[in-house]
Design a protein. Structure first.
Length: 276
């Protein structure tokens, strides 16, 4: 099945529609190489296929969309064993490039994934319905649907960026905590102080830290102190009691016990072992 409608566009306005449609592709579907003078977005409803632009082939599947830009040589074709069904709309105008960028597309990212909650297919069908309801679509209605569809793409991009920023933010909290330990491992330590330093609630911080490092803050500190102790044992003539204090252990007995638990030998045995 193929549905396609054409508009009489006006390039002198901010945005105008060229065409729109829907197609259930045959297993042999292929289009191009071709060059267009407008922007064209395909949204994949189901199936799998391939999109070629700027000398790169991209795999495009259900839930993804790809952008064709003016002046670019492009090819796209379906996967014969899992044919595409897609809907599309093309547009141009003074703000066409700006709005396609806001929608999440750029030269490095001509293919985007859109979460189903944004109902992109339904919004594109609203554009198509402007033609099916009226022989000559009401232009204000048509443009309204076009703007709304591009706005849904933009909303999806912003939410995706917010998720990435949140992930980056949590990573940054952990990295700050690691730097704090690196510069303060020899001082008295408590998780509350470390959580306060990175501006997080203690329990949440501890879970976050373990998710990123595989260790609790206290466990990580012990591992770090022991690694520093091993460095001092191998590179200095300090006695074991001095080394213990240098890495944050006030009691030599406790230091020796922890060191043996982590390395399988006492600090003295370790010094002898590496000197042989």
């Amino acid at each position: 099945m193929r549905i396609q409608y054409f508009n009489d566009p006006d390039n002198d306005i901010d945005l105008d529609l060229y065409e729109c449609g829907y197609e259930d592709c045959s297993s042999s579907f292929s289009y191009g190489p071709h060059i267009r003078d407008f922007y064209l977005i395909h949204y994949i409803v189901k199936g799998k296929g391939y999109y070629y632009t700027k000398n790169i082939w991209h795999t495009v599947e259900e839930g993804q969309a790809f952008l064709i830009t003016p002046g670019e040589i492009t090819i796209y074709k379906t996967e014969p064993t899992n044919p595409w069904s897609f809907c599309w709309f093309s547009f141009n105008g003074k703000r066409a490039q700006e709005l396609s960028t806001k929608a999440g597309f750029n030269e490095e990212r001509p293919v985007v994934m859109i979460d189903k909650k944004y109902n992109i297919e339904n919004y594109i069908h609203k554009i198509i319905d402007c033609f099916s309801i009226y022989n000559r679509p009401i232009q204000s209605n048509l443009l309204g649907c076009l703007y709304l569809t591009l706005a849904r793409f933009e909303a999806a991009r912003r939410d995706d960026n917010n998720i990435k920023e949140k992930k980056n933010s949590t990573q940054e909290h952990v990295e700050r905590a690691l730097r704090y330990i690196e510069y303060n491992y020899f001082n008295p330590f408590c998780v509350e102080r470390l959580a306060e330093y990175v501006n997080l609630e203690r329990t949440y911080f501890s879970k976050l830290f373990k998710r990123h490092t595989g260790l609790s803050p206290q466990e990580y500190l012990i591992e770090y102190r022991i690694s520093k102790a091993k460095e001092l044992i191998s590179s200095s003539n300090l006695d074991i009691k001095q080394i213990a204090k240098c890495v944050g252990f006030n009691e030599q007995y406790y230091f020796t016990r922890v060191f043996k638990k982590k390395t399988g030998m006492t600090p003295t045995q370790y010094r002898i072992d590496i000197s042989e």
